[in-house]
Design a protein around this ligand. Sequence first.
Ligand SMILES: [Zn+2]
Length: 53
Amino acid sequence: MSEKKQECPSCAMMVDAKAEICPICGYEFPKQKLSIILGVWLLIILMLAWAFL
Ligand SMILES: [Zn+2]
């Protein structure tokens, strides 16, 4: 058994990576890879914004 999990960007809960919709808050995952890239970019942008403030 090797179930992968993904973090819901809406409620920050770990849900099944195969889930298309978060069972906790109902958030719709766009695309698995895209959501990871978006999360990384969001982190970079937040860190840059923090550094400049
Ligand atoms: Zn959720």
